[in-house]
Ligand binder design. Structure first.
Ligand code: ADP
Length: 676
């Protein structure tokens, strides 16, 4: 019942410990798993938010860059305004690559470019100046008379009439086949020194003379040099003003420029050049054409007055779509025509900025119509912004490509969390296992202590009780004679000796447990150890039921050992040999050297033990016969103490035994020189 109760209490204790340990491990593990699940969920949201804010920042940066780029462009327009001739401004803005035309208004709102011949250039038709010559030339086709009429009309006439007369005269000479004369006559008009002070009307006449001259010289290699001269003079006229800051009206300028390109192509004028001049001329022509076309739509500044400044407006120029940028400065205002290419390059910059595997962008105009980018987006945009302050109403939208984009981004982060969580769980489990081990060790130790106390009290009780009975008997005078008293006292002495050994064993065990056992290692003669042990058991073994023999060689090598401790080992072994032998005891202690070791061999002819028991005898508190009725006294510590001492000497202890045939214990100690 008692044992059952003890087991029951131990079991309960264990249950509690296991329960507490389980809580200590399972609870944080569970919490951690729950926390990890939450983290995984939140991570997706967090990653989404993070990505959104990153892209929003990038979007804001792109918009700012666009704004800066366009504001630089506007500043450029401003710089070009300061007192320069409209043609100079056209050339530089078109050269600036992006401007595709220009309409300039002065402070009063009147258009200063493009100005057309019809806009007030006072040109008098040749037919009016030379009515007679005109009829003779074109109707009657009487060219000599026409020449005379032209010459007559030129006398005492003004510059423009004179130039017109020269042109008419040369035309008639050419028609008569007198090309050389015609060229010479025309040259007087074409190379007129009046050019630098000429007004628009005179300039038109000079330009016409030059064109006519080129026509006369066409195909005649003789005039190559003159052709070149004429052509370069003609080229210098277009898109530029003379010293009097006067230039050809825009329509005339355009006509002449087109003619130059035509002639240039025929005479390979532009081939000799790098091709750049040709391209530049083409661009200027296109820009001027466009400017003239739109000038009809916006004849004065009033037509664009209400426009927001420096903002792109979509305009329709013929079939093509073009953008107008209305810019105003101190005295003047202008409408710069911006190419679709330039707008496209701005939009392309956005697409470039958002070209990655996660997002796609889509650009819409002020009417909300799709312009470029992702044509059919899925879901709602996660970020949007205005394309820039120069694109009023235009917007850019950012979409995430595919739904699993967050999964991808979150997966890496989740993996980090999962691994960290796993590691923490592993650490908790390891800590739990260590704690479990420590607790179980502690419990084992407790059990050991309990066993120890139980054994100690049991083992002490017997000798104490017998000593008390013997002493009481003597004290009460219950003895026959002095010899019986001596016998009793001898018994008391032997019980005392047993008790002393028992207590010594307990003390050694206790010191051993606390790791406090200190050995005095000295070079020792093994035979002396054997003699010491034999001396200790001499009295006990000296009876007729016991035959005890000690055999120790003369020249045994020394061992490094604590003599007393080694005596204790041998006494324990001899004691056991005595205890576990029947009446006719034959006990032998042999000491001999073998393989660099000294062997102490204790053999008996006692009860022996099973193979299984031989493996356990060195375990603390192990006893083959645990019954209370067992004959031999002891507490199962002797052999474990012996093993502890031998191990501390870097030696070994072993047993060979068979039930009923006796046992042989062998202790091996390394000889002194070989102690590592
Ligand atoms: P105890 O105090 O019980 O003798 P020991 O540690 O000395 O403790 O021995 C452990 C057990 O080994 C003993 O209880 C006994 O059963 C067995 N034993 C020890 N020596 C012998 C031996 N010479 N012959 C048979 N059994 C032995």
């Amino acid at each position: 019942m008692k044992t059952k109760g003890k087991i029951g209490t131990g079991y309960n204790q264990l249950r509690w410990v296991v329960l507490l340990l389980a809580i200590a491990v399972v609870l944080p593990t569970g919490c951690l798993l729950w926390f990890m699940a939450q983290v995984v969920n939140n991570e997706r949201l967090a990653v989404r938010q993070k990505l959104i804010s990153v892209y929003q920042e990038q979007l804001a940066k792109s918009v700012q860059q666009t704004n800066e780029r366009w504001s630089r462009k506007c500043k450029l327009l401003e710089l070009q305004e300061s007192g320069r001739h409209p043609y100079q401004r056209l050339v530089s803005t078109v050269g600036d690559n992006g401007c595709e035309g220009l309409i300039i208004y002065d402070a009063t709102g009147n258009r200063t470019y493009p100005l057309l011949s019809a806009d007030g250039t006072s040109s008098i038709e040749a037919s009016e100046r030379f009515p007679k010559a005109w009829v003779l030339e074109f109707l009657d086709r009487r060219f000599p008379e026409a020449i005379a009429a032209y010459e007559q009309g030129m006398e005492y006439a003004d510059d423009s009439t004179r130039l017109a007369g020269l042109i008419g005269k040369s035309r008639c000479q050419a028609k008569l086949g007198r090309t050389d004369e015609a060229i010479e006559t025309c040259r007087q008009a074409a190379f007129s020194p009046l050019e630098e002070e000429a007004d628009a009307a005179l300039l038109v006449l000079i330009a016409n003379a030059r064109l006519l001259m080129l026509k006369f010289m066409e195909g005649d290699t003789e005039y190559n040099e003159l052709v070149q001269q004429t052509l370069s003079k003609l080229i210098s006229m277009v898109y530029s003003a003379n010293e009097a800051r006067l230039a050809l009206p825009a329509d005339q300028n355009l006509f002449v420029a087109q003619k130059i390109v035509e002639i240039g192509r025929r005479t390979s004028l532009f081939d000799t050049d790098t091709g750049q001049a040709y391209k530049r001329m083409q661009k200027l022509i296109a820009a001027e054409e466009r400017s003239i076309r739109l000038a009809e739509q916006f004849p004065t500044a009033a037509a664009v007055e209400g426009w927001p400044t420096d903002k792109l407006q979509r305009l329709l120029s013929g079939q093509e779509l073009i953008h107008g940028l209305y810019h105003k400065s101190d005295g003047e205002s202008l409408l710069a025509l911006v190419s679709g290419e330039d707008v496209a390059s701005t939009l392309a910059a956005y697409h470039e900025d958002f070209r990655d595997s996660y997002v796609a962008c889509r650009i819409l105009d002020d009417a909300g119509s799709f312009i470029s980018g992702l044509a059919e987006p899925e879901g709602e945009p996660f970020a949007d912004a205005s394309v820039g302050e120069y694109f009023p109403g235009w917007s850019i939208e950012l979409y995430f490509k595919g739904g699993d984009v967050f999964e991808q981004a979150a997966r890496e982060q989740i993996a980090v969390y999962t691994w960290t969580g796993m590691l923490v769980i592993l650490l908790i489990l390891i800590a739990g296992a260590i704690a479990g081990r420590a607790v179980s060790r502690q419990m084992k130790l407790n059990r050991l202590k309990n066993d120890f106390i139980a054994t100690v009290s049991h083992e002490l009780k017997t000798p104490l009780a017998s000593m008390r009975v013997l002493v009481d008997t003597v004290l009460e005078g219950n003895y026959r004679d002095q010899q019986q008293v001596t016998e009793y006292l001898q018994l008391v002495s032997s019980e005392n000796e047993r008790l002393t050994r028992l207590i010594e064993n307990f003390l050694t065990f206790s010191r051993m447990e606390r790791n406090k056992q200190a050995f005095q290692m000295t070079r020792t003669d093994p035979a002396a150890i054997a003699r010491g042990a034999a001396e200790a058991v001499k009295t006990k073994f000296a009876n007729r039921h016991c035959y005890f023999r000690v055999e120790a060689g003369e020249d045994l090598p020394d061992v490094t050992a604590d003599r007393d401790a080694m005596v204790t080992v041998l006494v324990n072994l001899l004691d056991n040999a005595y205890k576990y032998s029947c009446d006719d005891k034959r006990i032998e202690l042999r000491v001999f050297a073998e393989n660099k070791s000294v062997c102490f061999c204790v053999a008996d002819n006692g009860i022996g033990m099973s193979r299984r028991a031989t493996k356990k005898v060195f375990t603390r508190f192990y006893q083959v016969d645990r019954s209370l009725a067992r004959r031999a006294e002891g507490c199962g510590l002797g052999l474990s103490i012996a093993k502890f001492i031998v191990d501390s000497h870097k030696g070994s202890i072993s047993v060979s035994s068979k039930p009923g045939e006796g046992s042989t214990f062998v202790v091996r100690l390394p000889i002194a020189n070989h102690v590592g």
